[in-house]
Design a protein around this ligand. Sequence first.
Ligand code: B1M
Length: 212
Amino acid sequence: MEILDRISEMLQRGDTGKVSALVKESLTENIPAKQVLDGGLIRGMQVIGEQYRLHEIFLPDVLLAAKAMYAGMDILKPSFIKEGMPSLGKVVIGTVQGDLHDIGKNLVGIMLKGAGFEVIDLGNNVAPESFVETARKERASVIGMSALLTTTMPVMAQVVELLKAQRLVGTIKTIIGGAPVTKEYAQEIGADAYSFDSADAVETVKALVKPA
Ligand code: B1M
């Protein structure tokens, strides 16, 4: 459908005004909101994620596209409240206690939302108990933790230990990331997954929530 292609294209250009206008137009043409989301907004965001992963574009391009994505989603929201918002699952994310770096974590959140996940973002400096309590109360399937300081990485291990103590390992999966974090560290602390960037995080979380 041509209008969905144009939404995807304008989102990739980070043109919030055009994305908003086209999303409104598609609703007046009675295109289902889910189709506009999947075929226009999410498709555009997937291209952005891939280009960012390949270093073809830079962080400001991703943030502009994300802004356009949010604008489009805001217009679709009333239709989804009627139809029921589609979601691939709930993910609780945050930067761990003692750490204020949140740019990477925000990108991960944006990309997950763009892919269709419901994201509960606890912000930065998040205590281990807060990750686990929120995920339990909200019945989230995944906890995503970010750390940029070598000194705050052990907080990730504390979250995994708390999940173990509450017998929630397996029910609530964990994914960790951030510049100093490695796949080996994830294995060492018993986290379910590690991701090196936000685009990879989306694919990894999709795999984590896939029924066995
Ligand atoms: Co800070 N800082 N900083 N800093 N800072 C680093 C991390 C540092 C490497 C700089 C350096 O010395 N070269 C160093 C850490 C050294 C270490 O621990 N080994 C450092 C330090 C020391 C500090 C302070 C202690 C400095 C001081 O006060 N003396 C202090 C600590 C404050 C605190 O947190 N308690 C501090 C403060 C700050 C600012 C506040 C000024 C600012 C943060 C602003 C903010 O985030 N709102 C800041 C910044 C900007 C940086 C650098 C320059 C850039 C970080 C960034 O945003 N990168 C950083 C140097 C660097 O990394 N080159 C540095 C861009 C971002 C998109 O990448 O976060 O890596 P990143 O996210 C990536 C991936 O890692 C991954 O996806 C993203 C890409 O798509 N990813 C995940 C991230 N989280 C993920 C989670 C996942 C999956 C993937 O699953 C859940």
